[in-house]
Write a protein that binds this ligand. Structure first.
Ligand code: ATP
Ligand code: MG
Length: 486
């Protein structure tokens, strides 16, 4: 039994956690829920020895545990998958495994053999332990991180949004691993914003709001409505805003004509009209992000063409990729500066910009992205994961884009803020923005996309209005490339 009592953590005036107490039992998966900034990762960082609490105690099987450094936390039997991917890109997969074995002496050459079985368990059998982590996709890095945790032989396993960057088929593997860990008698703390995971793998749930304990329950007893209410303090009527107001314009803002890139095995054609919200989906590595990358000019075209309605449209393309750590924002500058950066760049070399004018121009964006006023002055590194995500999308809106390309637009964003973001993007589309998003979240694809493009094995295999697809049919298209499950 893991017992957390009276846990508090302040960063100066910011109370990230206040007097939180709960218990997590052996053999069970305990979900830790709460909106962005609620304090979940703060709790995780305390358990992993990265930060020290201001107050409170943590006991494991009745005994106080020493969590004063990450190494001691590891020795106490706590293994953690952090929210921000923390495997090191310049090291190999095997070396990253070695790093997470603080209490064991292992020769370097033993590392590949150590990690192989864990990689296999998470569907990474094809990954050579000698590969640099930097050469893996974000999803693969996340799986390596989870595999590395499995190898740690811990009693308490803490996973901070482990599936946020993963597609359904990989999520299944993570769920199997997590269930197995629990059934072996371990304590598992599981953080997620994908609320359907509650029923799928969690036994009980603890909800934080503004750093305090808001609710706790056995998952069988709770409806999603109760969970959402506990998280955001109000009821949520509709997550998705529904279809667009008018018909999208007749002529496309951008058109892919038999476009071919290194990530595609067959040419793809696509018309994206002003006023439309179009989704692409598929398994990781299936090519479903290629249309966005081709339009953004990130992937080199090896055939076909990208045609823009006008030079103005071409200049108005904004691409928000899924590697936020790399290109999402300036970590050490105040949030409002990240938000204003694209607008600033577009104002040109001779444009005269006043800091206060710039500030004002981003206030509206921050408001609409539900980034609280207090957060706008902070450096991005002091924001929770979901709030940082809002900054990385919001900054593109300061530039009045004509075509918005988003990869995993709401990864790690809580349900309440997601509803706001969908509504905002829908309103911008109604004003003539063309939106193309790539997502592994099937509910989002069907709920927010109007038209859906499915990719399988680097080919576009299906295109349909979202309203004509069931979730099951979509999942089958994604995993099998057709509706026959052979
Ligand atoms: N280094 C820091 N300095 C100041 N405030 C911080 C720091 N780290 C976190 N905070 C604040 O602590 C609060 C809790 O953040 P935390 O990361 O625990 O949220 P979270 O529940 O994990 O949210 P998310 O779902 O977005 O990941 C937030 O208000 C955040 O801005
Ligand atoms: Mg977090």
């Amino acid at each position: 039994m893991l017992e957390i009592s009276g846990l508090s953590k302040s960063y100066g005036p910011v109370h990230a956690l206040t007097d939180v107490s709960f218990r997590a039992e052996r053999g069970k998966v305990t979900a830790l829920l709460g909106e962005n900034g609620a304090g979940k990762s703060t709790l995780v960082k305390i358990l992993s020895g990265l930060i020290t609490p201001t107050d409170g105690a943590i006991r494991l099987d009745g005994e106080q545990v020493d969590l004063s450094t990450p190494e001691r936390a590891g020795r106490s039997g706590v293994a953690v998958v952090q929210q921000e991917i923390s495997v090191l890109p310049n090291l190999t997969v095997a070396e990253n495994f070695l790093l997470a074995q603080p209490s064991r002496w292992l020769p370097r050459r033993a590392a590949p053999a150590l990690c192989k079985p864990y990689l296999q368990r998470l569907g990474l059998g094809h990954v050579d332990p000698a590969t640099s982590v930097g050469d893996l996709t974000i999803g693969e890095r996340q799986l390596v991180e989870i595999a590395r945790m499995l190898a740690q032989d811990a009693r308490v396993l803490v996973l901070d949004e482990p599936t946020a960057a993963l597609a359904d088929s990989d999520i299944v593997l993570v769920h199997e691993a997590v269930r197995r860990l629990a059934s072996e008698g371990n304590i598992v703390l599981y953080i997620t914003h994908r609320l359907n995971e509650l029923d799928e793998i969690c036994d009980q749930a603890v909800v934080l709001r503004n750093g305090r304990l808001a609710d706790q329950f056995a998952t069988g007893d709770a409806t999603i409505a109760r969970v959402v209410h506990a998280m955001i303090g109000r009821n949520l009527e509709e997550l998705y805003p529904g279809g667009g107001k008018g018909k999208p314009a007749a002529s496309p803002a951008v058109r892919l004509k038999d476009s071919l890139t290194a990530g595609l095995a067959a040419p793809v054609s696509l018309d994206l009209r002003p006023g439309e919200v179009v989704a692409t989906c598929g398994q990781l590595g299936s090519g479903f992000v290629e249309p966005l990358r081709a339009i953004a000019g990130v992937s080199r075209m090896s055939g076909g063409a990208v045609e823009f309605e006008s030079e103005r449209t071409k200049a108005g393309v904004a691409y928000c990729s899924d590697d936020r750590q790399l290109d999402g924002f300036f970590r050490d500058l105040p949030v409002w500066e990240s938000l204003s950066a694209p607008g600033l760049a577009a104002s040109g070399l001779w444009g005269i910009v006043s800091a206060s004018g710039l500030r004002r121009s981003v206030e509206g964006i921050a408001e609409r992205m539900t980034i609280l006023p207090a957060y706008r002055e902070r450096p991005v590194r002091a924001l929770s994961g979901g709030n940082a995500q809002k900054v990385s999308i919001g900054k593109w809106l300061s530039n009045n884009p004509r075509v918005l390309l988003l990869q995993e637009p709401t990864r790690g964003v809580d349900v309440g803020a997601r509803a706001e973001i969908y509504r905002l993007l829908r309103a911008l589309a109604d004003e003539g923005l063309a939106v193309l998003f790539a997502s592994t979240d099937l509910d989002e694809v069907l709920g927010f996309g109007e038209r859906v493009l499915v990719f399988h094995n680097n080919r576009l295999v299906h295109e349909a209005p979202a309203g004509t697809l069931s979730r099951d049919a979509l999942a089958t298209w994604i995993t099998h490339g057709g509706l026959d499950r052979e």
